[in-house]
Write a protein that binds this ligand. Structure first.
Ligand code: RUB
Length: 308
């Protein structure tokens, strides 16, 4: 259990971050947990697995990849411990393999939407978006990237490091320069923490103003999202919970304490309506956001929803 608690803590503190990485870490943690679980009764086994799953799911509320990965990993039909354990281990291994393959497939599909000479704007640090950008570059396309800083956690610094290592010409901007720089941009490419049934994109705070500015300037907006980032529960009317993080990420708490009339709001994500998104690139194809329902139905399945 200690290992699983360590993973949960790393997700909570964002040592492990990004919707894809969070999902992979949770799936692997659950697999390793059942391998170490010393119970012989299936009821006790299921109870322990559910407890462990809940600990993981509660670490960060917004990335739907997390509950999806946990559900995909923990589901089993065996009514004995040995069989159930084998199923869970197999589920995790398949999930992790498919997640790796999805990144590569999305790279290839998304790269077709990038042309020689394109200037791409990206936000935060998305491995899915970077897969598309790096694939296009490796194909020999002459591209450059404008990357936002992404306050307050400055994930943009991870992005520019990675782009630099690929050798891709990159410009770092502060978040508030997005609209000013939009005139130079051809395509905006971002990741996703969740896609809702109506095709809305939940991603790092600031994504919606970036998409809005792109829409106003008639620029393309692509979101790159594995199918496990689509939210089945939104079919049941559930809303995506937007994570509010500590004020300490935004301002020194001592400085804030000097100003009793000031409070800080620190939402970690925001919601971009479907009409500002041209395409969602998944590992099974490029779709308009309006097709989110079909993707949820065909590639995730109703069994992932908490009906009842
Ligand atoms: C990360 C973020 C990323 C998505 C997609 O937020 O918003 O754009 O998670 O990332 P945080 P990926 O840093 O708060 O986790 O494509 O790597 O899954």
């Amino acid at each position: 259990m200690q290992q699983l608690l360590d993973t949960a803590e790393k997700i909570r503190t964002m040592e492990i971050r990004g919707a894809g990485r969070i999902a992979e870490a949770a799936s692997a943690a659950l697999r390793d947990y059942v391998l170490s679980l010393k119970v012989t009764n299936i009821k006790d086994f299921n109870k322990k697995v559910d407890e462990a799953a809940n600990i993981l799911v509660q670490t960060r509320p917004t990335a739907v990849s997390l509950p999806n990965a946990v559900q995909i990993t923990k589901r089993h039909v065996s009514d004995d411990v040995t069989g159930a354990r084998e199923e869970i281990v197999r589920n995790a291994d398949i999930f992790l393999k498919q997640a790796g393959e999805a990144l590569e497939k999305m790279g290839k599909i998304g790269a077709k939407r990038i042309h020689d000479g394109d200037v791409i704007m990206t936000h935060c640090n998305s491995h899915a978006a970077l897969s598309v950008i790096s694939t296009a570059f490796k194909q020999g396309k002459d591209i450059s990237v404008i990357a936002t800083e992404s306050r307050p956690r400055r994930q943009g610094l991870l992005t520019i490091r990675e782009l630099n290592d690929y050798g891709i010409p990159t410009t770092l901007i502060v978040d508030s320069a997005v609209r000013y720089c939009m005139k130079e941009v051809d395509t905006v490419i971002v990741g996703a923490d969740a896609i809702t049934v109506n095709g809305a994109l939940v991603n790092k705070v600031g994504t919606s103003q970036l998409a809005h500015a792109a829409h106003e300037a008639r620029k393309n907006v692509l979101s790159v999202a594995e199918t496990f980032k689509f939210s089945p529960n939104t079919i049941l009317g559930e809303m995506i919970d937007i994570e509010e993080r500590s004020a300490d990420e935004v301002i020194d708490p001592k400085v804030l304490a000097e100003m009793p009339n000031v409070k800080v709001k620190n939402p970690a994500f925001d919601i971009t309506p479907a009409e500002y998104i041209d395409m969602i690139i998944t590992e099974v194809g490029a779709f308009p956001p309006q097709m989110a329902y079909t993707i949820i139905k065909e590639h995730l399945g109703w069994e992932l929803t908490n009906i009842g």
